[in-house]
Design a protein around this ligand. Structure first.
Ligand code: NAD
Length: 277
């Protein structure tokens, strides 16, 4: 496919656009992942807490796409933070996925109140050294959490996966990431398909380019340098979301999208996220 690749700070090459499977039931994940792989996606984003690693792995196995052509990400759930529990949780994720390595393993949330993410990261360094995760990174880390890893451990996260869309453009964290060689990955890149896609400015850009609002938003992410992982279970939308390589936003269009930043979160603030269930 024509999805561009980015090179992470450990040398791993990652497709800039992938497929997210949050809220896809385990028994639908194989079909959705199969549709995505047929449409040309090569990167899949799951997590232990999504409870669909098994279906995701089945979709991968059934696709016939060679393992080395795929980029598979999963995440450690909050309740499993800690050195030994992270090692055990990683083994269980690999087993459910039916894989002998993942391309990227992420700490799902920093959970700063529990104070375990540094210890957890040391387990991630071990998993990385063993080659069982080709790259390791984090999710939902604010710059002070990242700074603590930089100060107290020897491995810079390859990537930070954060909530990011035109209503929450995250310019401070993006600048911090760029300064430290950490890639920025956008979760809920389409704003979960809600109010964002109804913005009149996005509808006008969609009209101008003969594309949809969703495609305009994905194109914006790619042009500003974000990795994106849009989710859909609808085959036509799965295909639509990867059909973004035949047009380009111009400088004025990018300014228009920049103007939509309202700082509005759809998910929790990582500093006040206490959910472990
Ligand atoms: P998203 O922004 O990708 O939006 C998905 C929703 O938008 C779909 O359910 C559908 O309702 C709608 N949609 C999709 N394509 C569309 C189209 N072409 N036109 C119109 N509507 C469309 O939201 P998301 O699923 O929250 O985020 C994407 C992925 O990010 C997840 O699947 C998951 O892998 C990851 N994620 C990670 C975290 C984290 O804490 N690390 C949190 C949330 C999501």
């Amino acid at each position: 496919s024509n999805v561009p690749a980015i090179t992470l700070n450990n040398g791993s090459v990652m497709p800039q656009l992938g497929f997210g499977v949050w809220q896809v039931p385990d028994d639908e994940a194989a079909r959705a992942v199969g549709t995505a792989l047929e449409a040309g996606y090569r990167s899949i984003d799951t997590a232990a807490v999504y409870e669909n690693e098994r279906g995701t792995g089945q979709g991968i196995a059934a696709s016939g796409v060679p393992r080395e052509d795929l980029f598979v990400t999963t995440k450690l759930w909050n309740s499993e933070q800690g050195h030994d529990s992270a090692l055990r949780a990683f083994d269980a994720s690999l087993e459910r996925l039916g894989l002998d390595y993942v391309d990227l393993y992420l700490i799902h949330w920093p959970m700063p109140d529990t104070g375990k993410y540094v210890e957890t990261w040391k387990a991630f360094e071990k998993i990385h050294a063993e080659g069982r995760a080709k790259a390791v990174g984090v999710s939902n880390f604010h710059p002070p959490h990242l700074q603590r890893l930089l100060d107290e451990t020897g491995t810079v996260p390859a990537l930070n996966q954060i909530e990011l869309h035109p209503h929450l453009q995250q310019s401070g964290p993006r600048a911090f990431h760029a300064d430290h060689g950490i890639a920025t990955e956008a979760w809920s890149p389409l704003g979960q398909g809600k109010e964002l896609l109804q913005e009149p400015e996005l509808k006008a850009l969609a009209e101008k380019h003969g594309k949809t609002s969703a495609q305009v938003v994905l194109r914006w992410h790619l042009q500003v340098g974000n990795v994106v992982i849009p989710k859909s279970v609808t085959p036509a939308r799965i295909r639509e979301n990867i059909d973004v390589f035949d047009f380009e936003l111009d400088a004025g269009d990018l300014d228009t999208v920049a103007g939509l930043d309202s700082g509005t979160r759809l998910g929790p603030d990582p500093d006040s996220m206490h959910f472990t269930g």
